[in-house]
Every structure is written in structure tokens, then in C-alpha cells.
Design a protein around this ligand. Structure first.
Ligand code: IFM
Length: 461
């Protein structure tokens, strides 16, 4: 069936935000400038063979020097929100102690540029780049990190909280703990079950302490945490796959929102967490009042048993599902169902803080990328979201991942997720067809808002 060019947006509230997301390590570059400290990603990236093609985030998109140009680009696209993250090591080069004012100044300027362009800043405190100095002290395995994180959060909120309406504590905590402490796919490169569970709990404690810290400095701020939520299905119809699928669902999708919002770990994890790291009173420290749920969603997961630390692994998707350019299964129906599930389980307003299409096939020096497959993906996923909203799910914003191509972690620059193409040799930004499509979609939505507003005026008069 041929899709229509744009999804029907009439179910969305007039205040709905259309934005884009990035993260500091993936776009900023300037890793050694203006007093920034080292993060554990530099240490990991220096291990031969860890990052595709030996790429580094040294320059990335050079956003640190080009933020004004990038905000102008966002404004041209008509974005009404932008989600970015703050680099802990830029603010506190040693992770604690002396503050690097130049680091705060950068985000200060960025926020002013966004506000001048009428773009709402969504600030995430941690998107995977722990200061190396804190990792040297045990990092996410050291319970003291909840205090270090709270101090950092307080400093950021004190300086920026008067202009930032939405704060997130973490981006995808289940992913960076599993990959970093369970599977050695990311820094600090551990593969140990006890370490994994401890890191999960310490991140949850840090979330609770971080929420209180931000609220104390910026009481008007709307607080949330951004979760990766990829519904799990057994790869094959047997008991082993079914058990692995439910293990993955609990660890990947629920080991953070459950304690943060419901005050308990998922049933299959609770006993082990108690035995390994939970102390009396911890769950009350973690379960703090939140204003919104950040959902990052790309794909369903088809799960098989594995003998790794999580005892689950990625199996093959059914052949009838389409795939993105990097082989991730496409199913807007699963996305729609995930929105219903999150809404009924956690009861918070939702922002879709990431959704997008990765590919390996776009050339570095392209003049114009005709990325129809990305447009089709975004079109069908936004349609699924509007359908969920029409059926009562409270979704307040959608952020495409990503504004521009960027450093895709261990995949380096090999994979591109941007709606804007980046030529890394020249740093030229060129909107792809998907960026033009998104721009038209947002313009249409704004027109609809204006029509609805004038209908309201006519009715009132
Ligand atoms: O690039 C990442 C991002 O940092 C976190 N969410 C998934 C994206 C695509 O892999």
C-alpha cells in the first residue's frame, strides 16, 4: 500500500513539539579545548579495534564551534524543540571539585541561541560520557557517585535552570550499563553480572539524587529520564526464547522506569538486586516525582537465549518485516503498542525523545541525499504515534534522531542517522530530502495550529 506523503497530525495537541536530538560526545568535538576534562570514552576509543576505522570524536561535527550555525539550521527547519546533553567533564574536568566556567559558558550561549530562535531546550545531564577521573574512583560501581552526580546536576541547574524548561537525568541508562558493565561493548569495558547490577542500582540512586538537586535549583523545571524501550519478542516459539525475551524486557526496558516511577525492581530482578546492592531506604530515594517519560524507540527486539551476562541476545527478525539501512527491524505497530504500554504502566506524559533511521550507504561528499527510505520510516512512525494519541495516549513531543550525522559510538562515522548530511572533511551541513520533508511536516502542523486558533476565535466572537 502506498503511504500518503504526510501523516495526519490532527490528533496532536496545539502545544505539541517537533524537535531533533543530539548528544554532546557525538557532535561537539573540541575534546581538549577550554579546560574540558577527559571522559572514559576517549580511554576506550584509544584501545585498538574498539571503534570502527579507528575513528574518534575529536572533531565530530565541530558543533562546539558551530552552534550558532546549527541553531540557524534548526530554525530554518522550523524545529520547536532541541534535545542536547551536557558534558560532565566540560563542567567539572575532574568530575567533582573545581568548576570549569568556560564549559558552562558554552551551554549558556547555546541555550540563549535556542531561545532567541524560539526553540525549547531539552537538557540531558548524562549521555554516556563519564569523566575519566570518576571512573578511576570506580565510576558507576562506586555508590558515592550519587553524590557526585547530584553536585554536578546542582551546578548545571543553578547556572542554566532559569532558561531550561525540561531536564532529563539520563539517556538510555539500561543501554550504557548493559553495554559497559555486562557486555564490554562500551566503556568501561566490563563483563560481569555483579558489576552490571551494581551499576544499574547506582545510576538509579544518582537519578533520584539528581532529580532532587535540579528541583532545588530550578523548582519550575519539568524533570524526566530518557529510556530506551524496544519491546521484546521471542525469536522462536519455545520456552528458552520466551524466557530470554522476558529477561531482556525486564533488564532493557524496565530496570530503570520501574524503580524510578513505581518504586520497585521488576519481579525477575528484584531478589538478585536486593542480594547484590539494594540497601534499606534506597527505593524511596530512587522513586522521585517525575513530570515526563522520555522514550527512545527504534525497533522491536527478537530475542534468543545466550550465555552472556544478561543471558539473552539479539536473534533474527521475521523476514516479513522491513529493515533500516543498518538492519534494524521496522514495525510502527510495535512503536504504537509501546506508547500504549508505557502510558498505562507508568502514567506519565511521554516525549518521544529519539526515533530515526540509520544507514551505511550515504557517501561522505554527497551534494544531496535523496533518503526516501528514511522519510518512509519517519512517516510511518509519526503516523503510529498520532494514532496512539488519538486513542488517548498523552504524547507531547517528537524528536528525530538525529539533527545531523554524527559520531555513532563504536561504529564511528560509518553509520549516519542525520536528517542533515555532514561532510566530515569540510564540516558542510546539507539538509537531506528527509530534512525538507520534516520541515514541510512541521510547517503544515503550524498552519493547522493557526487554523485551529482562528476557528477558536471565530467561535468565541
Ligand atoms: O546514537 C545513538 C544515541 O546516542 C542513543 N540512542 C540510539 C542512537 C542510535 O544508535
Amino acid at each position: 500500500m502506498k503511504q500518503s506523503r504526510f501523516p495526519n497530525l490532527s490528533s496532536l495537541p496545539p502545544s505539541f513539539l517537533f524537535g531533533a536530538s543530539t548528544s554532546c560526545y557525538q557532535v561537539e568535538g573540541a575534546l581538549n579545548e577550554d579546560g574540558r576534562g577527559r571522559s572514559f570514552w576517549e580511554t576506550y576509543a584509544a584501545i585498538p579495534g574498539k571503534i570502527a576505522n579507528g575513528d574518534t570524536a575529536e572533531v565530530a561535527c565541530d558543533h562546539y564551534h558551530r552552534s550558532a550555525q546549527d541553531v540557524a539550521l534548526m530554525q530554518d527547519l522550523g524545529l520547536t524543540a532541541y534535545r542536547f546533553s551536557v558534558s560532565w567533564a566540560r563542567i567539572l574536568p575532574q568530575g567533582q571539585g573545581a568548576v570549569n566556567e568556560a564549559g558552562l559558558d558554552f551551554y549558556d550561549r547555546l541555550i540563549d541561541q535556542l531561545l532567541a530562535a524560539k526553540i525549547k531546550p531539552f537538557l540531558c545531564l548524562y549521555h554516556w560520557d563519564l569523566p575519566q577521573a570518576l571512573d578511576d574512583l570506580g565510576g558507576w560501581l562506586n555508590r558515592d557517585i550519587a553524590n557526585w552526580f547530584a553536585d554536578y546536576a546542582r551546578i548545571v541547574a543553578n547556572r542554566l535552570g532559569n532558561r531550561v524548561s525540561h531536564f532529563a537525568t539520563f539517556n538510555e541508562p539500561s543501554l550504557f550499563t548493559l553495554f559497559g558493565y555486562g557486555w564490554n561493548w562500551m566503556p568501561p569495558g566490563k563483563a560481569d553480572r555483579k558489576a552490571l547490577l551494581t551499576s544499574i542500582h547506582n545510576v538509579n540512586l544518582s537519578h533520584g539524587a539528581g532529580v532532587d538537586a535540579v528541583k532545588s535549583e530550578a523548582p519550575q523545571a519539568q524533570l524526566g529520564c530518557v529510556h530506551t524501550f524496544q519491546p521484546c519478542f521471542p525469536e522462536t516459539d519455545d520456552d528458552n526464547s520466551r524466557a530470554a525475551s522476558s529477561r531482556m524486557d525486564e533488564m532493557w526496558n524496565r530496570s530503570f522506569p520501574h524503580p524510578q516511577i513505581l518504586g520497585r525492581y521488576p519481579d525477575g530482578l528484584a531478589e538478585e538486586m536486593e542480594a547484590v546492592c539494594v540497601r534499606p531506604g534506597d527505593l524511596a530515594r530512587i522513586q522521585r516525582p517525575l513530570d515526563w517519560f522520555g522514550l527512545n524507540h527504534y525497533s522491536p527486539s527478537f530475542v534468543k537465549e545466550d550465555d552472556n551476562v544478561g543471558c539473552f541476545g539479539f536473534g533474527a527478525a521475521p523476514p516479513e518485516l522491513g529493515q533500516t539501512g543498518i538492519g534494524w527491524a521496522i514495525s510502527p505497530e510495535v512503536f504504537r503498542d509501546a506508547l500504549h504500554d508505557i502510558s498505562s504502566t507508568y502514567g506519565l506524559p511521554i516525549y518521544v525523545t529519539e526515533n530515526g533511521f540509520g544507514t551505511r550507504s550515504e557517501p561522505e561528499d554527497a551534494q544531496f541525499i535523496q533518503d526516501q527510505d528514511r522519510i518512509d520510516y519517519l512517516n510511518s512512525y509519526i503516523a503510529a504515534m498520532t494514532d496512539a494519541v488519538a486513542k488517548g495516549v498523552d504524547v507531547r513531543g517528537y524528536f528525530v534522531w538525529s539533527l545531523m550525522d554524527n559520531f555513532e559510538w563504536v561504529l564511528g562515522y560509518e553509520v549516519r542517522f542525520g536528517i542533515v548530511h555532514v561532510d566530515y572533511k569540510t564540516q558542510t551541513r546539507t539538509p537531506k530530502a528527509s530534512a525538507n520533508w520534516y520541515k514541510d511536516l512541521i510547517a503544515g502542523f503550524k498552519l493547522g495550529q493557526a487554523d485551529r486558533a482562528s476557528e477558536g476565535t471565530i467561535k468565541k466572537s
